[in-house]
Design a protein around this ligand. Structure first.
Ligand code: ADP
Ligand code: ZN
Ligand code: ZN
Length: 706
């Protein structure tokens, strides 16, 4: 007897077929089974989706093979994938297959058999190794943990930098795993950079008890083989000797975990949780959704714990008191561990400095004092390269990228002009390409230039040291350029931790998460750009960045009281800085939420962005305009506002013109209903609209940058 099975596969983008395809199978295949099936002339990986039905059509092609040795993906996983596809307006197959490790797709049946045969590594025995006794929780930690135990959540752990959030994660994981030998925990961090440090803390805590193999990582820095191994361990679960703890970046939200009982999202406000291509999902939002799903399916609680010192305004709003409609439980931890204090914030009014001052004299003096005492300083400048523009002194020439509507950045180290949008790079010309003048000058400042400038400024300062020792000031730059090679970041961070650096210069890369113990002064060199950005989320991001940066100073309690956060600004009166001075996130959030409420912006409304890429700006906009014209009668349209098509912030990248249209509604449901109906119209407009040169379009639900 033959059965009909419906199988989800990855179809070509914008294919007319969106749902599962039907195949014939001699076996009854459970939903969630991984199979290989023919698709056109290829063979491809698929996931059996629905329960099998009796076979009655003779025309169906048969399933080629079943990937045995892998348990079917459970119902909660399939529902998570189904929800994500629907909510983020993508094909089910695209989301399902993207959620699986890439190598699974590439192995044919024979290779898969060999992979299965490979000897399982002997597990390291638990109980070996001597775990350091974990610290006794502080009062605030104990209170937060008690509520995590007692209540349902989701929880928002609102803890200052240095309040010991990680210790709360560790203990929450410990409690979840202790309650049930089959329980698993998922811990997410925003960036791979931060995984090694967190991983080390989790390994220290849990490897002695569960064995090293009980912890696996999942992030894009791993090889395909490593990712497959981690994924398989997570999916096998503790019952089959697999993983108990998965540590990962946003992609890990889709890890198959049969015993999932706790999801931690560290630094939940971080924009890296939002995927920026394909299905543009928010891993933080999906984590909350997944918690509910897993609880419902297993009948046991799967708790969700979001943590941040500067929560996203969405999560903050969700964690208002339940009486006001809040859905998350806010767990405050305002104090630093060990009675450490947050650094004093000092604003330098750059309006009072001579024009083009890069570092105010009082800031330089303060840094000099720190160095002389053997302490470290950290300078933050969110712009890499030497100078954002190179310009000719005698004519109008500037280092525009020929392919983008943006300037190429001058990198002095290799004397190149590099476009940070399309990657186009050239050697710096000897003379102006327009007029031949040799006087080409850098305009503005990046991290490279700041590094050079500092080395020069501190020439006469010496750090403490023994007679005859080289006591010159050591400046280190950490940014995407200095860390391009594998292992470079780890090596540079190790230098900072070891005290082999006096002044650290870098982009936001150094502001996040690192537990630096010797830094006592942090300075934001030029943060003003974000104050007047057209993106309504820019102040939120700036505040979070500055609070995070401040949190890198004085982490050693002994120095906490003497540590400082300096901010150079031309707008010292700005409300954002007033809140920063008091380390008062709630006041800042209140201000922002009031503004957003008045302007009807998220979290008080729901948005989506439709982006179109085309050969010309006119075509990109015409496509969006035409598709919106055909949308007025669609379901939900009466509750949805469509704004005019506009060029994106950088309208041309790699010779492609880009436009976008904002879609907004006070009702999430209406927006969802509208978007799924509008998809068909967008497809039809692309196909039959008669507009030449449209290359692609995509919907971004809950976009982070508008
Ligand atoms: P956060 O993640 O909130 O910034 P961390 O978890 O990194 O803070 O904690 C800051 C420092 O305090 C770390 O060095 C950590 O080991 C230490 N710490 C955390 N909890 C305790 C505790 N209960 N007792 C002693 N030290 C602690
Ligand atoms: Zn010129
Ligand atoms: Zn370019």
């Amino acid at each position: 007897m033959l059965f009909t099975v419906s199988v989800v596969v990855q179809l070509p983008a914008h294919s007319a077929l969106a749902g599962p395809l039907s195949y014939a199978s001699a076996q009854l295949l459970a939903p969630g089974t991984l199979v290989r099936v023919p698709l056109g002339r290829r063979e491809t990986l698929g996931v059996v989706w629905d329960a099998a039905a009796q076979h009655d059509e003779a025309t169906l092609r048969p399933v080629t093979s079943v990937l045995d040795g892998i348990a079917p993906l459970n119902a909660a996983w399939r529902q998570l994938v189904g929800f994500a596809a629907g909510y983020y307006q993508r094909a089910l197959g695209e989301v399902a297959l993207a959620a699986l490790p890439p190598q699974l797709r590439e192995l044919d049946a024979a290779q898969w058999q060999r992979r299965l045969q490979r000897k399982k590594r002997a597990p390291t025995a638990p109980g070996s190794g001597d775990a350091m006794a974990p610290p006794a929780p502080t009062e605030e930690q104990a209170l937060a943990l008690a509520r995590i135990q007692a209540e349902d959540g989701p929880f928002l752990l609102f803890g200052s930098t240095g309040s010991g959030k990680t210790e709360v994660y560790l203990r929450a994981v410990e409690e979840a795993l202790a309650a049930d030998p089959l329980a698993q925990a998922l811990v997410m961090v925003p960036e791979i950079n931060l995984t090694p440090q967190l991983e080390a803390r989790f390994v220290d805590r849990f490897a002695p008890r569960f064995g090293r193999q009980a912890l696996v990582s999942l992030h894009s820095g791993m090889t395909p083989a490593q990712r497959l191994a981690s994924w398989l361990a997570a999916h096998a679960g503790p019952g089959a000797g697999g993983a108990r703890i998965v540590l990962g970046t946003r992609m890990a939200v889709f890890a198959a975990m049969p015993g999932l009982r706790l999801i931690v999202v560290d630094e939940e406000h971080d924009p890296s949780y939002k995927q920026q291509e394909g299905a543009r999902y928010s891993a933080r939002d999906l984590a909350v959704y997944r918690g509910r799903l897993e609880s419902r399916h297993s009948g046991q609680r799967c708790a969700v714990l979001l943590g941040s010192a500067t929560p996203s305004l969405e999560s903050w709003h969700h964690s208002r008191p339940a009486a006001e409609g809040g859905k998350y439980l806010r767990l405050p931890m305002p104090s630093r561990v060990g009675a450490g204090r947050l650094p004093a914030v000092r604003l330098v009014d750059m309006g009072l400095q001579p024009r083009n001052t890069q570092l105010a004299p009082q800031l330089l003096a303060a840094i000099g004092e720190r160095i002389a005492r053997g302490e470290q300083a950290m300078l933050l400048l969110n712009r890499r390269g030497y100078a954002p523009v190179l310009a000719c002194a005698s004519c109008d020439w500037k280092s525009l990228c020929p392919h983008c509507s943006a300037y190429r950045v001058f990198h002095k180290i290799d004397r190149s002009l590099r476009c940070h949008h399309c990657g186009f790079a050239e050697r710096v010309p000897r003379a102006c390409p327009e007029c031949g003048d040799v006087d080409l000058a850098p305009v503005g400042r990046g991290t490279e230039r700041l590094e050079e400038h500092l080395a020069h400024l501190f020439e006469d300062i010496q750090r403490p040291g023994a007679e005859g020792e080289d006591r010159r000031v050591r400046v280190l730059r950490i940014d995407a350029d200095s860390t391009r090679h594998k292992g470079a970041l780890e090596e540079q961070l190790a230098q900072v931790h070891a005290g082999a650096v006096d002044v650290l210069v870098g982009t936001q890369m150094i502001a996040k998460g690192h537990d630096f113990r010797r830094i006592t002064l942090v300075a934001a060199v030029n943060p003003d750009g974000a104050l007047f950005s057209s993106d309504f989320r820019a102040p939120e991001r700036l505040f979070a960045l500055l609070m995070q940066a401040a949190g890198r100073a004085g982490r050693d309690a002994a120095q906490g009281a003497a540590s400082e956060m300096w901010v150079q600004t031309a707008h010292p009166q700005h409300a954002l800085f007033a809140a920063l001075r008091r380390h008062d996130y709630p006041a800042f959030a209140q201000d922002q939420l009031t503004e957003r409420l008045q302007a009807g912006m998220p979290p008080f409304s729901f948005q989506a962005l439709v982006r179109a890429d085309a050969r010309t700006q006119q075509a990109a906009q015409a496509f969006l305009t035409q598709a919106s014209g055909a949308a007025t009668a669609l379901p939900g349209a009466d509750q949805v506002v469509l704004y005019p098509a506009v060029p994106t912030a950088i309208q041309r990248v790699a010779n492609v013109e880009r436009a976008q249209m904002l879609v907004e509604s006070a009702s999430r449901a209406a927006l969802q209903q509208f978007l799924s109906a509008w998809q068909t119209v967008l497809h039809a407009t692309r196909r039959d609209g008669g507009i030449d040169g449209v290359l692609r379009w995509a919907i971004d639900v809950d976009p982070l940058a508008v």
